[in-house]
Design a protein around this ligand. Sequence first.
Ligand SMILES: [Zn+2]
Length: 227
Amino acid sequence: MQKKYRAAVLAFLAALLLVGHLGARLARAVPAFSFAAEQKCIYLTFDDGPSTVVTNRVLDILAEENVKATFFIVGAQIDGREETLRRAVAEGHTLGVHSDTHRYPLIYASDRALLDDIRSCAEHIRAVTGVTPRVYRFPGGGVHRTAQRKLVEREGYRIVDWNAGCGDEEIAGADAARLLEEAKRTSAGKNRVVFLSHDSPHHKETAAALPQIIAYFREQGYEFRAF
Ligand SMILES: [Zn+2]
């Protein structure tokens, strides 16, 4: 009888430990963006802007197509283009922090440098638009920056990577047709697509390809979303 009792107590204690362990894990968990989804959806994202011609052309097309997108902003690009940034907000798009300088040696010099870069860019966006950005994209990509991801998440940002794109930075001299082809290739078989493209000044072909890129994903049954 006593032995039985002891076994029950031990089982109870083991159960308590397990629940406590799971609880602690849940409390520590950071809400992460998942690329898994049952329903087809696409998040169009534009990095390195704003620029005068390309960003406004992109905004024209998004308005015509009634699609909302996310723009990861470079603070140093804002001066002289404040109206473009305000236009993006007024038309319902999301602004995120990309970098203040986009100069890798400066940004990644230390944790302090990274946070200063983020805070400075966020403050610039806030001063011009009144919007406090809540999403972040690492300059040059951040999939392997494990320690720095925690830092950025503690700063209150959701980190947005990508799993498809039009290759407008990678494929030298690509025309609109080639960018569309790359969009199809990189998104094949993916239900939830976070789509990388750029709206800095030399990306006129990205804007030229955008109507066909939107048409393609629409035909494939994707719903367009912004972060
Ligand atoms: Zn960039």
